[in-house]
Design a binder for this molecule. Structure first.
Ligand SMILES: [Fe+2]
Length: 185
């Protein structure tokens, strides 16, 4: 189940294990998924991952959103080439011209996204959670402390992995994102 909450800018995921044990004392102040969408444009879905490749609801989402391509990203030290370098790149704040759409098949992870006031919102995802980050959203990604995740990646009319580290304020996708944010998601 997707959960979202504000974090301090440089909160480290390696501290999550400690923070989890303290959570009963200082639980995160969660925001609703409506608030998350309103503040960032991020949309969340739940998908039956036991049959995600044939699931009607996922097919419907793909038809509605125009997702035509997909692949699987298996983030495992023995199965992903340059595992540590890739994790470092994922955790560097960046944006993509196209939407970033991910369905969690295994493991758990965090997407951090900037809200309209440039504050970080951490989005915790686990098996069955699906996120759509609008193109132009500044964000970063990391695994939970278990260090493993398997993601189903969906793309629109083409599989485009291009990414631009912040600052990318003059990129047309970022400009379009800011305009959408001003109008309201
Ligand atoms: Fe990304």
């Amino acid at each position: 189940m997707v959960k979202a909450w504000y974090i301090d800018g440089e909160e480290l995921v390696t501290d999550e294990k400690v923070k989890r044990s303290e959570r009963h004392l200082n639980p995160p102040q969660y925001i609703s998924l409506d608030e998350l969408r309103h503040r960032t444009g991020v949309q969340c879905e739940r998908v039956n991952v036991d049959k995600y490749d044939t699931d009607d609801s996922l097919q419907e989402i793909c038809r509605e959103k125009g997702y035509q391509y997909s692949d699987i990203l298996d983030i495992h030290p023995q199965r992903l080439e340059n595992y540590h370098d890739k994790l470092a790149a994922f955790y560097t704040e960046h944006m993509h011209p196209d939407d970033e759409v991910r369905l969690v098949l295994k493991g758990s992870a965090y997407f951090d996204v900037r809200d309209v006031d440039n504050n970080w919102i951490r989005i915790g995802v686990e098996r069955g959670d699906m996120l759509n980050l609008v193109g132009g959203t500044y964000h970063r990604f990391t695994l939970d402390c278990d260090g493993y995740g398997k993601l189903f990646r969906l793309f629109g009319s083409k599989a485009d992995w291009s990414s631009f580290n912040r600052p990318a304020d003059s990129h047309p996708a970022r400009i379009a994102y800011v305009e959408k944010a001003v109008m309201g998601f």
